[in-house]
Design a protein around this ligand. Sequence first.
Ligand code: FAD
Length: 466
Amino acid sequence: MGDRQQLIHQVSPLETMVESHINTLIVGGGIVGAGVLRDLSLHGVDCLLVDKKDFSSQTSQSSSKMLHGGIRYLENFDFNLVYEALHEKNLWLKLAPHLVKENRFYLPVFKDSLRPMWMVRVGIFLYDLLSNFQNATRGSATKTETIACIPHIRKENLKGSGIYSDAIVDDGKLTLEVIMDSLENKNAKAISYVSANSIVKSKSGKYTCTLLDELTGIEKVVTCDNLIIATGPFTDQFMKNIPEVKWTDKLLPSKGSHLWIAKADLNLPNPVVLTPKDGRVIFVIPHDDRVLIGTTEEKVEENFFDVTPSKDEIKYLIHNLNEFFPTANIDESKIQSSFAGIRPLVKEDDGANLGKTAREHKVFQPMKGLYVIVGGKLTTFRTMSQEITSLIVRSHNRAYNPDKTKRPLRVRCQYNFFHKPDLSSEIINKIIHRELPRTYDDIRKRRALAQNTDQKIEEYLYKHTI
Ligand SMILES: Cc1cc2nc3c(=O)[nH]c(=O)nc-3n(C[C@H](O)[C@H](O)[C@H](O)COP(=O)(O)OP(=O)(O)OC[C@H]3O[C@@H](n4cnc5c(N)ncnc54)[C@H](O)[C@@H]3O)c2cc1C
């Protein structure tokens, strides 16, 4: 088998695509950087986005894969966040219906649940109210109906369930398509596996930055007028690259893990929301022939790239699955694969408590022309970016139109969670030409969505392209 990291093109895009001066440099190709790139390029601003790894290979492909208002944030009275997120969810159902699908979520309630049935009903009503009654479903089910709708659910002490709607999304492909849509505008460029290092501000007010191609070792020094840092959970580490900024840590990073099991092992027709005794929430979400289970909350201090679930997190998820689905007999041998990501949670002022840490985003502007955006959610990436993009567009004496990004995405990926065509050389060629892979591993893992066990794609790539 060939080297998975083998380059598709031998020449570094730093040599062929990048001028020595860029109006706006965006660092970070997760959903937040992608959203900034799209909005700026739709407003005619020249911009380059770089990511140290493949696009959307970190947090933005490791979420619970929901576009949601966050029903549990109602408990913290985060009404603004829930309102905004529900409206964004309903917008993306229209803008990218191939990637975002509305689903009926069941929240089973037991005699000893922390949230009794009346509270669940009130919460679901409020949730629908905050969506301007645009959510597809709202209601409840009796014990008998719940047992009929949720195979293997624990019958003991079961009272019934609340029903509400949220959307499931292919998070990685949404990010990639937002970047691909931006590139339809001539003034946008995006390059993966390029890190931004040693940033200094010159007397003229421009930023000088050394870009390093992590795959070829080629370096290029560029200047830019605006520098946007959208490095998510890596932001505190990244800001140490700019010595002129006396950055104090703003994040309280928290790892969350998920497991995939086969649908044959837990054949749920709809997503189920489990509420364990510790007050946390675990989503069990059927996707095609698999079921996604997560998430956890574990403190992390270093090595944020490519994180994996710990043994304790796996045990926690399996334990709770068995608590709520006692007859399904799920054990660790049923796990097909797993993944983890770091929530870029912004500290509240005292920074002490993970649970109370803000889920809203924050924008910092430590120096003129330098913007740092952290926190927030996948669901609200479009509105998050507007806080920065509106300032930059207006600084070019142009009118800012917040509705420009309310148009459908123009380019589609070949594969997503809901559409998996048979592999062919035509499809691989389209992926190579449109979906910005730089290595064959990018195609295998993130463009063609091969699972660890899927040898077919690897063999195909080896035979046809290497
Ligand atoms: C377990 C979990 C579950 C979640 N579930 C949901 C959910 O269901 N719904 C929802 O709305 N939100 C959810 N979220 C939140 C959401 O996933 C994140 O808020 C969002 O993905 C963060 O995106 P980002 O672009 O800020 O970060 P990232 O996606 O991590 O992007 C940052 C990028 O910066 C790059 N980078 C770092 N350093 C450098 C450098 N020196 N040079 C160049 N590039 C660099 C990284 O490679 C990375 O690609 C969840 C988060 C977690 C962890």
